[in-house]
Write a protein that binds this ligand. Structure first.
Ligand SMILES: Cc1cc2nc3c(=O)[nH]c(=O)nc-3n(C[C@H](O)[C@H](O)[C@H](O)COP(=O)(O)OP(=O)(O)OC[C@H]3O[C@@H](n4cnc5c(N)ncnc54)[C@H](O)[C@@H]3O)c2cc1C
Length: 408
């Protein structure tokens, strides 16, 4: 990682998370003679969502067939496994079991199976009570869906490997460089930042939790806005980790698929319970007490926030209970692993989801990319964007070629 932002570049990528790094890497692979820089405001890459997540390589079961998420997740997962193997980054095809604990969930489980099959998820199969026990001896349910191609990976290590690829291809990564302003000039884009100014031919903004702010600064529509949802985890005591072999998930509500306390074995051997989903007062609220006036005011001033709260207030109360009461959180996971008790857990880390929220109060489900003059913006890249990062990068590079011309 070099210091000193360049005064000029053919393409500037803003944001050194897994998406920005994958994009810079892909652009350099397509145009080896181009000057490409990544401008990251933190002292290190992968500081935000990329470094604080469940670490799951999703197979593509949940997503609406035909959506960008469905396509880029299935393609991205395959590429992510290949990349990890080639670069010797830790990953594992450990498989995932989705458990229905009541008959009332069976229709939703069947819908997930239909979606997964439509999306081309390989090996997906319905399992009965006995097979649940064979796969996960401590889990209980009336039926399940097993996805053998779901797995786990060390995403921060993937991001570091992408950074090495960028450096090797002649790109530059500048950390500690916060982009504060964007203005088009006659033939360039002027990015003002904490290190001065970079004049770029084009820019790709991959700023995660701050994506809306930079997009609006570049002249884009303020809709959708990023609203931060904190996701906190617990971890199992080492002597209770045997309760979970791989990944065990409940059947999600199709309207809010990112909710639901799940059990995930991490690549380092820890077993995590979580995450919660609590709307918070800062885009970097790794501690619940962190509140930034600007972040909070922007969330509260957004009409979509109030429309969402009016619709989902009871879900919000459940999430608040999970965040406040460790016992309630563990109880949610004990529905499908009944031996779990609140004495089995310790606190773990938290991440903050960059979730786009429409003015109409709808949580934007699909990945969203948009354009302004000489720039492309990643406006919504929540889970499974880490899994999908290589496929997202190809998609964005294709868009960039269409929008900017192959050699502009
Ligand atoms: C709790 C949680 C669990 C998740 N679980 C999974 C999972 O199991 N599997 C999966 O595939 N996905 C998961 N995700 C989603 C995944 O982590 C994200 O989709 C992915 O990391 C997004 O990458 P990114 O590069 O867009 O964002 P980030 O990693 O957040 O990176 C954005 C970067 O932009 C930088 N930036 C912002 N503003 C500026 C600026 N003005 N100037 C310069 N730099 C700036 C930030 O500092 C940051 O480094 C999870 C997310 C969370 C929060």
């Amino acid at each position: 990682m070099s210091s000193g932002a360049p005064q000029s570049a053919d393409i500037a990528v803003v944001g050194g998370g897994i998406v920005g790094l994958a994009v810079a890497r892909e652009l350099l692979a397509r145009r080896p003679s181009a000057t490409v820089c990544v401008l990251e405001r933190e002292p290190q890459i992968a500081t935000h969502q990329t470094g604080h997540n469940s670490g799951v390589i999703h197979a593509g079961v949940y997503y609406v067939p035909g959506s960008l998420k469905a396509r880029l997740c299935v393609e991205g997962a395959r590429e992510m496994y290949e990349y990890c193997e080639r670069r010797e980054v830790a990953s594992e095809h450990c498989g995932k079991l989705i458990v229905a604990t009541e008959n009332s969930e069976l229709e939703r489980l069947a819908e997930l199976e239909r979606r997964g099959l439509a999306n081309g998820v390989s090996g997906l199969r319905h399992v009965d009570q006995d097979e649940i026990r064979e796969l996960e001896p401590h889990a209980r349910g009336v039926a399940g869906l097993y996805s053998p191609s779901t797995g786990i990976a060390d995403f921060p290590a993937v991001a570091r490997a992408f950074a090495e690829d960028i450096a090797q291809a002649g790109g530059q990564i500048v950390t500690g460089c916060e982009v504060q302003g964007v203005s088009p000039t006659a033939r360039r884009l002027r990015l003002s930042h904490s290190e001065g100014v970079t004049e770029a031919g084009h820019a790709i903004f991959c700023a995660g939790g701050w994506a809306d702010r930079l997009a609006v600064a570049a002249g884009a529509d303020p809709d959708p806005r990023i609203v931060p949802f904190r996701g906190a985890y617990l971890r199992l005591l080492p002597e209770r980790r045997h309760l979970v072999r791989a990944l065990i998930y409940p059947v999600p509500d199709p309207a809010l698929p990112f909710l639901g306390v799940h059990l995930t074995r991490h690549i380092d051997g820890e077993v995590l319970i979580g995450p919660t989903a609590l709307m918070v007062g800062a885009r970097d609220a790794y501690r619940l007490s962190t509140v930034h006036r600007r972040d909070l005011l922007e969330t509260l001033a957004w009409p979509g926030t109030w429309r969402m709260l009016a619709r989902w207030w009871s879900t919000g109360i459940t999430e608040l209970r999970h965040a406040a009461l460790r016992s309630a959180f563990v109880e949610a996971a004990a529905r499908y692993v009944p031996e779990l008790q609140s004495t089995d857990v310790l606190g773990a880390f938290a991440g903050v989801r960059a979730q786009a929220l429409g003015r109409d109060g709808k949580l934007v489900d699909d990945f969203v990319f948009s354009h302004t003059d000489r720039a492309l913006h990643v406006r919504n890249a929540p889970s499974p964007a880490a899994t999908s990062s290589l496929a997202i990068a190809r998609h964005i590079a294709d868009e960039a070629e269409r929008a900017f011309g192959p050699n502009d």
